[in-house]
Write a protein that binds this ligand. Structure first.
Ligand code: ZN
Length: 243
């Protein structure tokens, strides 16, 4: 069956910041959705902060294989109860793709357990994201690197736990580097952090960026794995009596 993907967006800058509104009049999540609708058979759903329950009801989450998340200025407005709900679903196997400034979202911080702080600068710099895990499914169809002409800079040190797999590393002309494509596992859930997507540049119209997001959704989708029994158990083989 086709993957069920929910694209969650804070969806505030597109309403209150001219520089963002001009590029993404219908929201960054809609730009990503347009690509996915054209290139995949995913079942796509949009959700955003100002909807009841932020658009993430239990029914929506139960029907979501992979959730993408974009947040920036209103992380604190996301209700703890919804964060808890998303967290539970990730541990149970739902994939999560955290985009750009979502590093400081409640859900990402909870999953990482560190500050996720970093260096940053808004100077419209170029970025080159180098593939450092050739053969990884997330970079299927991507060349040696992705070039983004103008973006915000993020620099190390990025205070995250060591990723299970590091897929992309960014270079910036100001001298910084950054781990910009990172894979994590929490419980049965797979998490991919992907850095591109500053709100005042048209980055979610760029083919190779969208291709990585598409690949990441496929990679992070749940597998039909075992349901583990936990707690006190009987032995599988008869135990010899204690001597
Ligand atoms: Zn940004």
């Amino acid at each position: 069956m086709a993957l069920s993907v929910t694209l969650w967006n804070e969806f505030r800058h597109e309403k209150n910041m001219d520089a963002c509104k001009e590029i993404y009049p219908d929201g960054m999540h809609t730009a990503i959705a347009a690509y996915l609708e054209k290139h995949t058979d995913f079942r796509i759903r949009l959700a955003s902060l100002d909807e009841p329950e932020h658009g993430l009801t239990q029914d929506v989450l139960d029907d979501t294989d992979v959730l993408t998340w974009w947040g920036h200025a209103a992380h604190h407005e996301v209700e703890d109860e919804i964060v808890e709900r998303v967290h539970k679903r990730v541990l149970a196997g739902m994939g999560l793709i955290a985009l750009h400034s979502s590093i400081h979202s409640k859900i990402f911080l909870k999953l990482m357990g560190t500050t996720c702080s970093l260096k940053w600068r808004e100077a419209g710099e170029k970025e080159r994201l180098w593939v450092v895990s050739p053969g990884h499914p997330i970079v299927d169809g991507i060349g040696e690197c992705i070039e983004i002409e103008h973006t915000e800079m993020y620099g190390e040190h990025f205070d995250i736990p060591a990723p299970d797999e590091l897929v992309l590393v960014s270079w910036f002309p100001g001298g910084e580097v950054f781990r910009s494509g990172c894979c994590f596992t929490r419980g049965a859930g797979k998490i991919f952090y992907f850095r591109p997507g500053h709100e005042t540049f048209p980055i979610y119209y760029q083919e190779d960026v969208l291709k990585v997001i598409t690949n990441a959704i496929c990679w992070a989708s749940p597998v039909d794995g075992p349901e583990f029994k936990r707690g006190n158990v009987e032995p599988l083989e008869p135990l010899s009596p204690a001597s």
